[in-house]
Write a protein that binds this ligand. Structure first.
Ligand SMILES: Nc1ncnc2c1ncn2[C@@H]1O[C@H](COP(=O)(O)OP(=O)(O)OP(=O)(O)O)[C@@H](O)[C@H]1O
Ligand SMILES: [Mg+2]
Length: 479
């Protein structure tokens, strides 16, 4: 054996590419590309997207085209600096985790873009016109390169290809059959789902001005509002608020009503035909990306710590929990970036306040059960607003008191005092079953209409019986 025999431990590209793309869903791969656009804006603005600017993404866009022959995502988010393209952007894995320190970006592994390209097809091209640079460039990944064992790519300049604005265009052709299949047809189920996911995961980003289109259709952000008392009104309806800074993560929590209580009739309808777009539950946001939308499971406190499990009765309740940090590792983000890491310290620290807040509203709903309509008046002087705006309003309102939280430094909460029903003579609910023919007989006798609702028949019987008793009693009293 000679001393300097070297062992080849290089990865083989074929293995690398197939491993890399196996566990990622197509949808997540595409969302990774969209995340890169948002990170691009953030890098340009150098963390200027703070509270003073409600629309930091205004004017920025990403246009996605997905057909059976081609996938493309084109943005005007600043482009890839040539130096980054030469040294970093096309490497598999990042060797500079500190590159974006101080910014609210979510790119951290250095894999998202490449994985998305490999996942979708064999021929791709990344064209970019970086801000403050004179020339655009492009980098191509070809089927031959994917089969070869060398790891360099060529950065080229083209005289003909022009991007009209500073930005990036990623194009994938020679799509894999399964991908082309999913993009195909006018009524692609995959694209419908993708639109829904973008509406939810980018709800806040779209609300802050970003525009995303798929095959020419603009995507509207999913709603993220809660009810709050109109300024200077006496309405008692406001969300519970908790705000804190823990381990360098800024936390804001608001939970409350997103609409007035649902009547019993509405709840019965809902139980029979649940609307899939139900907007009740918790939404969790990390650095502007929604990671969980309208969750109604134990993860967000339903069915835990004295909070009842989610049930249609609670359809009016929603909460928004926002985390913000320039240290990504402290955010409760799963590695896929589209899920909540429930074991993270910041999440565990805030969990008690999520359930504390949630319970105020489930209790209210329970207390008013059966007399929901009586609460309508309390909802009269309210309006729907984004949690951020509500927090700002309450913060600047002298009559609103935030109290310190004993267990945590740098934490404060606001608890609304919601109206309680009078308990002296509470309402009781009566439920019983009777044969249909008997109900019809009574309906004809009392209403002259066999179609009368059984509940109305029952109610009239009750009133008549009560009237008779009162009459009899007053007669007795008179004798
Ligand atoms: N649309 C874009 N606009 C600007 N820069 C981009 C864009 N897409 C990619 N880049 C650059 O390319 C780099 C590599 O992107 P990639 O998605 O592969 O990794 P990442 O975003 O750094 O990390 P992650 O794997 O966590 O997404 C990015 O860090 C960024 O500098
Ligand atoms: Mg990325």
């Amino acid at each position: 054996m000679t001393q300097n025999d070297t062992v080849n431990a290089h990865p083989t590209k074929r293995f690398f590419v197939s491993m890399l793309t196996r566990d990622i869903e197509l949808k997540d791969a595409i969302l990774d590309l969209l995340d890169n656009c948002i990170d691009g804006i953030e890098r340009q603005q150098q963390g200027q997207d703070n509270d003073t600017n409600a629309k930091p993404y205004q004017g920025f866009w990403a246009k996605i085209t997905a057909t059976k022959d081609k996938f493309e995502i084109w943005d005007n988010c600043g482009g890839i600096p040539t130096e980054i393209a030469l040294e970093k952007a096309f490497r598999m894995g990042r060797d500079d985790p500190e590159r974006d320190s101080g910014l609210h970006t979510v790119g951290m592994y250095g894999i998202g873009m490449k994985r998305a390209l490999f996942k979708m097809g064999k021929q791709s091209r990344v064209t970019s016109r970086p801000k403050d640079e004179p020339r655009a460039f492009f980098v191509e990944i070809t089927p031959e390169w994917l089969e070869s064992d060398h790891w360099e790519l060529k950065l080229q300049h083209s005289e003909t290809e022009e991007l009209t604005e500073n930005g990036t265009r990623v194009t994938v052709e020679q799509l894999h059959d399964n991908i082309a299949f999913q993009f195909n047809s006018d009524k692609s189920e995959f694209l419908d789902d993708l639109i829904k996911d973008i509406a939810q995961f980018y709800a806040l980003i779209i609300d802050k001005g970003f525009s995303v289109t798929i095959n020419g259709h603009a995507i509207g952000g999913a709603p993220l509002t809660l009810l709050t008392a109109l300024i200077n009104s006496q309405s008692p309806i406001n969300p519970y608020i908790f705000k804190a800074t823990i381990e360098g993560v800024e936390i804001r929590l608001a939970v409350g009503f997103r609409r007035k209580l649902a009547s019993e009739k509405e709840l019965e309808d809902e139980a029979q035909r649940p609307r899939t777009s139900d907007e009740a539950g918790w939404t969790v946001i990390c650095n502007d990306r929604v990671v969980l939308y309208c969750d109604k499971s134990q993860i967000t406190g339903w069915g835990r710590a004295q909070v009842p499990r989610y049930h249609t009765q609670f359809i009016s309740i929603a909460g928004v929990l926002e985390f913000r940090s320039n240290n990504l590792l402290n955010l409760p983000l799963k590695t896929t970036k589209r899920g909540l890491d429930t074991s993270s310290t910041v999440y565990l620290s805030v969990f008690d306040y999520m359930t504390e807040g949630l319970k105020i509203f489930t209790d209210f709903t329970n207390k008013w059960k059966g007399r929901e309509e009586e609460t309508n008046v309390a909802f009269e002087n309210t309006e729907s607003k984004k949690p951020r705006e509500i927090l700002k309003d309450l913060d600047s309102n002298e009559s609103v008191i935030f109290t310190n939280v004993r267990k945590l430094d740098n934490a404060q909460r606001y608890t609304p005092s919601l109206p309680r029903p009078e308990t002296r003579n509470p309402l009781k609910r009566i439920v019983f079953n009777r044969h249909a023919d008997e109900v019809v007989s009574l309906a004809i006798a009392l209403f002259d209409d066999p179609q009368t609702k059984p509940s109305d028949v029952g109610e009239r019987c009750f009133s008549l019986a009560l009237e008779n008793i009162i009459k009899a009693q007053s007669k007795e009293g008179g004798n």
